[in-house]
Design a protein. Structure first.
Length: 372
């Protein structure tokens, strides 16, 4: 953890040094000022965001890393987390609107939504194509039969079943888009590790993501912190380059400190976006618990627990495989999470709960009837 924090701070320092060099190499007055301002404001925003991240575990880590005690608590936690994210966004919009007015706030929000939505929408629409190419996903009739059988138990249309040939580690993941349909991918390593009900439980987990529309849910909620971040950047830039002048009802120009206030509000919103992102990641972890419930429902809690325990044993005894997961840029596609079962920054930034917490939740479900 300390090494990762030092890496983040080192990268921030490199970014600052690079910005200073860029300003020294570009002395043209019409270009020098804006570039310097953008780099300076972004660096301040990033620094504040890093401070929020470092203090996050002690401030509200326990509220964002709970282990649900039963299915009712899990559903309530998901609803509360979604309400918190939406409520936070509403407070941001209301606060900015009181500062700038509804019309200008609406324009800035629309622009921020476009900046956040375009890359996310592209990724969502074309992700199956990109994933199939990246991981060498190929249809497999044997796996398709298993997926069909488990999907029938779940009462849902089976997605396309593929083997991810370019990933050696045991893994399974679900992905979809309106253009290319729905997929469940399983690696050959997972096929060797999990047999019988264990493999069906893993597939049931991935089918749960499709059944619960997790791709769509997380796309929508994942946009909110990005929108808040871009809104903060726009406000900071506006404040820096504005004179802060105001006009009364007769059109008379009056001085004011509005520009400096906008800079402060903009930088604060960049930090707020980090807090909202942590809440979105908490929602992702809760929905992984929900997918575990689905895997247990179509097989049994013991089968889902056994599959997770097998994964934990595999990665716990193979440092090279564990390192590949740590170094991957697509950790959200791994059914296994490396976060320790503690209120730590590593867990707060994870999309999946620690295996220990997932197993503890499934153990609690043995005394209840399951409907996911």
């Amino acid at each position: 953890m300390k090494e990762k924090l030092l890496l983040v701070l080192s990268l921030a320092s490199v970014a600052l040094i690079f910005s200073l060099l860029l300003q020294a190499l570009v002395p043209v007055s019409g270009f020098y000022g804006p570039v310097g301002a953008w780099w300076a404001l972004d660096f301040i925003g990033y620094a504040l965001a890093m401070a929020v991240l470092v203090t996050a575990p002690s401030l509200f880590g326990k509220y964002l890393t709970p282990t649900p005690s039963n299915l009712g608590v899990l559903r309530s936690s998901m609803i509360a987390t979604m309400a918190g994210v939406l409520g936070g966004f509403g407070l941001v919009a209301l606060g900015v609107s009181s500062l700038l007015g509804a019309e200008l706030t609406g324009q800035l929000l629309s622009l921020a939504i476009v900046f956040a939505l375009v890359p996310s929408l592209f990724s969502w629409l074309f992700s199956p194509l990109l994933i199939n190419v990246m991981y060498g996903c190929k249809p497999d009739p044997v796996l398709q039969d298993i997926v069909n059988r488990v999907a029938q138990r779940a009462g849902m249309k089976p997605p396309k079943a593929v083997i991810a040939t370019r990933m050696r580690e045991p893994n399974a993941f679900a992905y979809s888009s309106p253009l290319f349909g729905s997929y469940v991918a399983v690696t050959e390593g997972m096929m060797r590790l999990a047999k019988g009900e264990e493999l069906e439980a893993v597939i049931g987990h991935e089918l749960g993501h499709h059944k619960h529309k997790d791709n769509t849910v997380m796309l929508i909620f994942g946009l909110i912190p990005s929108v808040v971040y871009f809104l903060g950047r726009f406000l900071a830039y506006m404040g820096f380059f504005s004179s802060g002048a105001r006009y009364d009802g007769d059109g008379e120009r009056r001085g004011g400190g509005g520009g400096f206030l906008l800079v402060l509000v903009g930088i604060a919103l960049m930090a707020v976006s980090v807090i909202i992102q942590l809440a979105v990641l908490a929602l992702s972890r809760l929905r992984e618990h929900y997918a575990d419930v689905h895997g247990a429902m179509v097989t049994s809690p013991d089968a889902m627990i056994s599959a997770l325990a097998s994964l934990d044993s595999y990665y716990g005894s193979r440092e090279v495989a564990k390192r590949r997961v740590e170094d991957s840029k697509l950790k959200m596609f791994f059914i296994y999470a490396l976060a320790e079962p503690l209120v730590s920054l590593e867990e707060l930034l994870a999309t999946h709960p620690p295996i220990e917490k997932r197993i503890a939740f499934l153990e609690a479900l043995k005394r209840t009837s399951l409907r996911a």
